[in-house]
Design a protein. Structure first.
Length: 74
């Protein structure tokens, strides 16, 4: 299981995935707004989204877990 943690504090601008979605390496999962800049977060593993811990409009903190991905075993 891969836990995607936030590298910086900000607000969640857009969530582009849903639980159950398959993601590939490089898939943009969500976008944070940090100091008036949009910061996309991309998947670093291929797998299935099993949990999303953020919602659009949330104020988030550094090191907060945002998404959990069950990695493909293939």
């Amino acid at each position: 299981m891969t836990k995607v943690t936030l590298e910086t504090a900000g607000s969640v601008w857009k969530v582009l995935i849903n639980v159950g979605d398959s993601v590939d390496i490089g898939t943009t999962m969500f976008v944070l707004e940090v100091m008036k800049m949009e910061v996309p977060y991309e998947a670093t593993k291929k797998g299935e989204v099993v949990a999303i811990h953020i919602e659009e409009g949330d104020i988030v903190e550094e090191d907060q877990i945002a998404v959990e991905i069950k990695e493909d075993e293939s």
